[in-house]
Ligand binder design. Structure first.
Ligand code: TRP
Length: 355
């Protein structure tokens, strides 16, 4: 019995500067996964056209995400690192998935509802079909695992729905061509061309909140730069932002339960834990009962130690766009080999004359 080869795929969209939330929620996890899985990390530049069509610095932003991947420690030899637009099969498979997925599925996506706002009729068709392109990203490589944050889980479920419908609709063709792969779906053994990709949740997934308001997510669009730590911030800026972070007057509690109802304290403890690679309990064991005047300098030191070298390396890499482009080109070539192999079989399954 053949099985799907374990493969991780993930992508980051090149819009806006990366911040601590992106680092802890995505990049740090990507780095940890490269030791155990074969991984493909994509800069999903075509996704950036869905909400805003015209960008004045998309190329720059694309290189910026690639620089962040490298600066965080992703090895471009071990993994495939590339940008989506280099591999046109993403768009091609997305088209086929547009014909698999139902309009109702897309209309139900909370991200679409949020981004389209009140004037849905005027949203781009690309924004509506965004999850179809995301499914294509993943399934073009028949990836089995995707590290995603909470906010992308619904899109990953939709990816599974698309894979399942494709597998069902073409089950006879897939079997006749001998392209089916066995997989377990719950207790049941089924056969399909596309895997039902699983989310990968590694370690505690901190929701990194604004440093100015513990009830809001850290966001690149918050007007206050003090609300977030950007990956490109230098050591002084990182330390200053942590010292200015909002807190309440009480010292840190003696146990994690005591963080309930104290969003700012909870956020800073969560950030410390995630950066140090320990649990919140461990942080409270060390700092419980202490004042923020003691905890904040420790957190600032840790954040500077972990993040400042990344920012420095990003700046160095961004000054060498030719090197970044060469990494993306090489990754694109390796991704293309896999993409072409999948699409050859998809053409046969769907019955498109393309050879
Ligand atoms: N939608 C993802 C986000 O906004 C980005 C993305 C695009 C992605 N394609 C993907 C993530 C494939 C994982 C796998 O974060």
């Amino acid at each position: 019995m053949s099985e799907f080869k374990q493969l991780v795929f993930s992508g980051v969209q090149p819009t806006g500067n990366l911040h601590l939330g992106n680092y802890l929620g995505a990049l740090q996890k990507f780095v940890a996964l490269q030791d155990t899985y074969e991984c493909i990390y994509c800069v999903v530049d075509m996704h950036s056209l869905t909400a805003t069509l015209v960008h004045d610095d998309l190329v720059e932003q694309t290189r910026g995400i690639a620089a962040a991947y490298l600066a965080c420690g992703l090895d471009p030899k071990k993994n495939i690192i590339f940008n989506q637009a280099r591999v046109p099969q993403h768009a091609e498979l997305a088209w086929i998935f547009n014909c698999v997925a139902r309009i109702g599925w897309m209309n139900r996506m909370t991200q679409f509802k949020d981004k389209a706002g009140k004037d849905r009729e005027n949203a781009s068709l690309g924004l509506l079909a965004y999850p179809s392109l995301m499914a294509a990203d993943i399934l073009l490589y028949r990836a089995t695992h995707v590290p995603v944050g909470e906010d992308q889980k619904q899109h990953l479920e939709l990816t599974r729905d698309i894979a399942q419908k494709f597998n069902n609709d073409f089950s006879e063709k897939i079997a006749n061509l001998g392209y089916g792969v066995e997989m377990m779906v719950g207790e049941e053994q089924v056969n399909g061309f596309f895997p039902l990709t699983e989310p990968l949740i590694e370690g505690p997934a901190p929701r990194v909140m604004s440093l100015r308001d513990g009830s809001k997510k850290m966001s690149k669009s918050d007007p206050s730069d003090l609300s977030r730590i950007n990956l490109l911030d230098d050591a002084d800026t990182i330390a200053r932002k942590i010292k200015k972070a909002k807190t309440d007057p009480a010292p840190l509690p003696g146990d994690v339960e005591g963080l309930a109802g104290r969003p700012e304290a909870d956020n800073l403890v969560g950030i410390y834990a995630a950066l140090a690679g320990v649990s919140r309990e461990n942080v409270i064991e060390e700092f419980g009962g202490r004042q923020f005047s003691e905890f904040k300098p420790a957190l600032a030191d840790l954040a500077v130690e972990k993040l400042a070298p990344i920012g420095e390396e990003m700046r160095r890499l961004k000054a060498d766009p030719a090197y970044i482009d060469s990494v993306l080109r090489d990754g694109g070539e390796r991704a293309s080999v896999k993409a072409e192999a999948t699409m050859k079989q998809v053409h046969e399954i769907v019955g498109l004359l393309a050879n």
